[in-house]
Design a protein. Structure first.
Length: 227
């Protein structure tokens, strides 16, 4: 969903609370979750507040950096080229050397020209171009998500013209694909988010209706990264 963050469509993310609490104490928005232990005679947590779970995805005011699939642009000298060998392109190649390409950008595969992408898990901090500031944290059931919150999760919006309600899809979908029946799209963004959630967390993960951290954020603008 990197593209959705860059486009300003995604401003919240939901992550499963681990471990799932047996009972949650109702409270206002917070990154701290008081939980009650099982009421069994042999359980050390019997009949009292056992502990508080802290949101591992940050607290209000924290800044997070986002990893994404990327590629470092090499210097031509790394391939044995010299300025004499590339008189017309040397300066341009040197200017972009050390910067990064990102898979989420349009035409990224064309620009990469067959070179291998580096998985997001291996992205160094210096390569990250997206910094997020946490603006809100709360705990809720997954299925408590509203239409507005599902839109804020970045589901793809399909506008079909004036006078018609937009449709929402878990993936980037065209109206033609919807008409032809080759893609799913819904008037309720919650259903599109349900499809998105299950594509990430597996079949049945929506019906399980787990407790989730809902982490809201805003993007902090930053300059282009150079290695």
């Amino acid at each position: 969903m990197v593209r959705a963050i860059l486009d300003g469509r995604k401003t919240v993310t939901r992550r499963i609370v681990k471990p799932q609490p047996d009972f949650v104490v109702p409270q206002a928005d917070s990154s701290k979750l008081p939980v009650v232990g099982k009421c069994t005679p042999d359980d050390e947590k019997h009949g009292r507040l056992a502990k508080s779970l802290w949101c591992p995805y940050g607290h209000v005011g924290d800044r997070l950096w986002v990893r994404e699939t990327h590629m470092r642009v090499p210097h031509p000298a790394e391939f044995g080229f010299t300025k004499e060998m590339l008189p017309h392109t040397w300066d341009a190649c040197c200017e972009v050397a050390g910067t990064f390409l990102y898979r989420a950008d349009p035409c990224s595969d064309l620009v990469a020209d067959g070179r291998q992408w580096t998985p997001s898990i291996h992205m160094p901090r210096a390569a990250s171009r997206i910094t997020l500031e946490v603006t809100g944290v709360r705990v809720e059931r997954l299925q408590a998500i509203t239409h507005e919150q599902a839109v804020a999760e970045g589901v793809h919006r399909i506008d079909i013209g004036s006078g018609y309600r937009p449709r929402y899809s878990a993936a980037q979908t065209t109206w033609q694909e919807v008409v032809e029946g080759t893609a799913d799209a819904y008037e309720d963004a919650r259903l599109a988010f349900r499809d998105l959630w299950q594509s990430i967390n597996g079949p049945g993960s929506w019906d399980a209706n787990p407790w989730v951290w809902a982490v809201e954020f805003k993007r902090i603008e930053q300059e282009r990264k150079v290695a």
